[in-house]
Design a protein around this ligand. Sequence first.
Ligand SMILES: [Cu+2]
Length: 158
Amino acid sequence: MRLRLFAAAASVLMLTGCATLPEGAVDASPLVCPPGTEGCDPIQPVGPGGTIAMDMGNFFFDVTDASAVTGAVEVTVVNVSDAYHNAQFLGAADGSDIPEADGNQTGVGTVLLFPGEWTVICTVPGHRAAGMETVITVYATPEEARAAGEASGAPSGM
Ligand SMILES: [Cu+2]
C-alpha cells in the first residue's frame, strides 16, 4: 500500500516535471488588440436576427415568441409585475443590450446572439435564484427556426 502511494506520487511529480516552459515563454504577454485595429475587432454574429418576446414577473420568465435566428435579435420584455426586472443573455456578444423594464412597462433591447442555447437571467440580486432563469434557442437559419416551430406545434411568428 505504501509502495503504491509512493508510485502514484512519483508519477504526479513526473507529469508536472514535463511541463517545462519553452525558453522566452516567461516573458511572453497576451496579445493586445487596440480597438479598431484590423483583425482585432470582436467577433460578431452574422445573420438576419429576428425577435424574442417574453413576459417577466415575480419571479419568472414566460417566453411568448422565440423565433430568433443568429444576428441582432430584438428582444421585447413585458413586465407584468410592479417591480423592475431585466433579461440578460449570459455570454451575448459585445455591444448587446440588457433588455429591461420598470414595473408594468415594456422594454426593448437588441442582443447579439450566435446560434445555440442561451441562458437568460434577471440580474437583480436574488431574482435568478427565485426563478428568473430560462433557456432560449437561437437558430442558425430561418429554415431551421421554422422547422423547430413546426415540430413543437408552436407559432413560429415567421
Ligand atoms: Cu427580476
